[in-house]
Design a protein around this ligand. Structure first.
Ligand code: ACM
Length: 767
């Protein structure tokens, strides 16, 4: 599904086409055409085509009728009325033309010249992607208060087609429910960035969100809950950030009780499917089983082996694969799901199954004996394989999370890879002949709190894992980002988590361009567009901020604004900065212990992340002078075991390694472990050094005997920062790190005197 030689062919044909055009330079082009994803090839010309109400849209082939309507709907927003549509050639027109030379389904060529706009495509999907490119060339505000009489579109030749066939986003509508209107807006934004797969996680322990006519209690009961512990956690957080407040539009009173939730009727969901289909986006439904079924089992308790429905150590009781009634139920559900969702791909879930109730069940013991199934892992495969046969009998393809690989899955199932810590899973799957969608937790779980590195991490993500031949790599059909919503109760919070990260993934998957500087320059130009679309995106970071700051005499806080039209505001009394807080419009001098809370605000009052800046006086640490012949590298004590805090490691380590970089030693292979690094940093010059410490799960950095960064506790890859006042020479470092299971990240960067943060170099590490 991934064309290998396309890029060369297209470049050659683009070059031939472009010879006749007056050309402007590539950098100027990237600045002028702030397209995301950047097209496969773009050649800017001189001059422009003037769109005006007399412009005609010519659809030479009826196959593009719907795309002409989409373009016209867009233009109407700017001009107040639709353009004329004609099936015959016209001067000064936008012509949508069939071309067999465009080989990719989603490919197109767009030529804007002063007297014509011509779009070539072979399929409606390609024509639609071209319309979305034009959308990005139009002014940012799609609903301007005043209608235009003329809009100039710059002269350009674009040839474009995606590198990856699967460019997906996922949304968990179970943990918190999202409105139909939000789903439509979500689809619209996906279309803007050329995504084509929208995976809806429709059911889970906390809520069943899709009407199933045969089992009405699934939604009558399963779509509603009293506030659970996740909701309570959100309510606590809402005191500082209103985006965490439970959305009142999803609260109802039932039988005198306040209930929270909601569901989509089949008719409503068919409307969403049609809305997405018009934008050439498939909706991939997921009904997660055999685990994650608590909401269903509550109403249909016959589904479990022992009638129980409770939380185990990590997961809930699954449905019972040893009982025909379970299959009848599952098949009935998927039959209705297939009637709503025409997608070729249907997701069965298959993740995180606690099999202990199967192990204890007499029914399962007998069933396994009879069917020659040796383990409950095999029993799980039996369930998935049987569901796959059912899907195939309906001409659909099964997708499952990568656990479905564990005890044998057919090579025809599609595998969605998520467990970053099982690095070889996608490699094994691709070698087994399975098609694989990459959605590794790091960096593609967008429910992980974003920090100043998240965008770059997504942009740098490579969908093809190492260890595959070129032929095997074709099994990697693309990637998607997943947004689990346990801690995302509102649309504004979902926007914040997803934007602008999704634009980095869009570029990676569509054009596989590797120019982060150019991407960032283009992204800045997208923020007004996102503002106009009312996307509550995460504002860009204020560069160079450390949380724990030190000064010898005084510090000066003088950050650069990350966007022109924002205001920086701060408090010094510990209160949350709001629109009444003091504006930071000149350097602020700090000469006593202080707590400054700083945030960026848009003109409309939307707040960016709060920077909690602690300041304290610290004398310059004198270096250690009596270290005889320090050796290269840091020492690293290894403590296999589960440590929820890095303070809990104690006693004698199992082993001591030497590392020449700040990395987890390859020998640390236990599922969970702790590491204590110690030695010296060879500091090159006196200064106030900022250290940026990223941990997944947690860690504490101590320099010259002072706790510099506390990033402890189990969490996703998240950066925290602090400063140390250090004299030139060897300075003691102690760095504790814990990995609780599920994959780790450990990074240590520094900056000094406002320099850009870079990794602490190997030649600084001594012991
Ligand atoms: C998953 O995150 N449990 C697929």
């Amino acid at each position: 599904m991934r064309p290998q030689n396309y890029r060369n062919t297209i470049l050659l044909s683009a070059l031939l086409l472009f010879c006749s055009m007056p050309i402007i330079k590539a950098q100027e082009a990237a600045a002028k055409f702030s397209l995301i994803p950047y097209p496969t090839s773009l050649q800017a010309g001189k001059g422009s085509f003037i769109l005006q109400p007399t412009t005609t849209i010519v659809t030479e082939s009826a196959v593009f009728k719907q795309e002409a309507e989409q373009l016209n709907r867009l233009l109407k927003q700017y001009f107040g009325k639709p353009f004329k549509v004609s099936a015959t050639k016209k001067a000064m027109a936008i012509t949508m033309r069939y071309s067999a030379a465009i080989t990719a389904e989603e490919g197109y060529a767009l030529t804007i010249e002063p007297k014509s706009i011509i779009i070539l495509a072979k399929e409606p999907a390609g024509m639609f992607r071209a319309v979305e490119t034009i959308r990005q060339l139009l002014p940012a505000d799609e609903h301007p208060g005043k209608f235009a009489t003329k809009i100039a579109l710059p002269t350009v030749q674009i040839r474009d087609q995606p590198v990856y066939a699967w460019r997906g986003l996922h949304l968990d509508v179970s943990r918190h429910f999202f409105s139909l209107e939000y789903l439509r807006r979500f689809i619209d934004r996906m279309a803007l960035y050329k995504f084509n797969k929208f995976h809806l996680h429709l059911t889970d322990d906390q809520g069943w969100r899709i009407e199933i006519k045969k089992y009405p209690k699934l939604t009558a009961e399963g779509a509603w809950r009293e506030f659970n512990n996740q909701d309570s956690a959100c309510i606590v957080k809402s005191k500082e950030n209103p985006d965490f407040a439970i959305d009142p539009k999803h609260i109802v009173v039932k039988n005198g009780k306040k209930m929270y939730g909601g569901f989509y009727t089949q008719e409503q969901m068919k409307g969403i499917v049609a809305y997405a289909a018009a934008k050439h986006i498939d909706i991939i439904p997921e009904v997660d089983m055999p685990g994650h079924m608590m909401a269903a089992i509550n109403s249909y308790p016959f589904l479990t082996c022992n009638g129980e429905n409770k939380w185990g150590k990590l997961f809930t009781t699954p449905i019972c694969p040893c009982n025909e009634a379970t299959f009848e139920f599952a098949q009935n559900i998927f039959t209705e799901i297939m009637e709503i969702f025409p997608s070729k791909y249907i997701h069965v879930g298959g993740d995180e199954v606690d099999r202990s109730s199967w192990e204890k069940s007499d029914e399962c013991k007998a069933f396994m004996l009879k069917n020659n199934i040796r383990t409950t892992a095999e029993l799980q495969s039996y369930f998935i394989n049987r569901m796959e046969k059912f899907f195939n009998s309906k001409n659909r393809k099964l997708i499952g999370w990568d656990e479905i690989l564990e005890d044998g899955v057919s090579s025809t199932a599609m595998v969605m890879y998520w467990r970053s810590w099982v690095a070889d899973a996608p490699v094994k799957a691709a070698k087994n002949g399975n098609q694989v969608i990459m959605s590794p937790g790091n960096p593609l779980y967008f429910d992980n709190e974003p920090d100043q590195n998240s965008l770059a991490n997504v942009y740098a993500f490579s969908p093809i894992p190492t260890g595959l031949t070129a032929a095997e790599a074709k099994g990697i059909v693309g990637a998607q980002a997943n947004t689990w919503t346990e801690r995302i109760p509102t649309e504004a919070r979902a926007d914040y988590m997803i934007f602008p990260r999704m634009t980095a993934l869009a570029e990676r998957l569509w054009s596989d361009t590797h120019d982060y500087t150019s991407y960032m320059a283009r992204l800045i130009q997208h923020f007004p567009r996102l503002d106009a679309l009312k996307v509550s995106y995460r504002l860009p970071d204020i560069a160079g901020m450390a949380e724990q700051n030190v000064f010898t005499d005084y510090a000066v806080l003088n950050p650069q604004k990350p966007l022109k039209n924002i205001t920086l505001r701060y408090t010094t009394d510990g209160s949350v900065p709001n629109m009444n807080a003091i504006v930071l419009d000149k350097p602020l001098t700090i000469n006593k212990a202080s707590y400054v809370r700083l945030a960026a605000f848009t003109a409309s009052g939307r707040r960016g992340d709060i920077y909690n800046l602690h300041y304290k006086q610290q004398d310059m640490a004198a270096p250690i002078v009596n270290v005889m012949a320090a050796k290269p590298g840091l020492l690293c004590d290894y403590y296999p075991g589960s440590y929820k805090s890095s303070k809990l490691m104690a006693g004698k380590p199992e082993a001591v390694y030497t590392v020449n970089e700040v990395v987890v030693p390859a020998e640390a292979k236990a599922p969970s472990f702790g590491l204590k690094y110690h030695g010296y940093l060879d500091i090159p010059a006196d200064g106030i050094y900022s250290f940026f410490f990223t941990c997944d799960d947690g860690g504490i950095l101590t320099i010259a005997g002072n706790e510099t960064v506390n990033n402890d506790g189990w969490h996703g890859p998240f950066e925290k920062s602090g400063q140390a006042a250090l004299r030139k020479g060897l300075q003691p470092i102690a760095m504790d790190f814990v990995e609780g299971g599920g994959g780790f990240t450990l990074k240590l960067k520094y900056s000094v005197n406002g320099s850009a943060p870079v990794e602490v170099p190997s030649d600084w590490l001594k012991n």
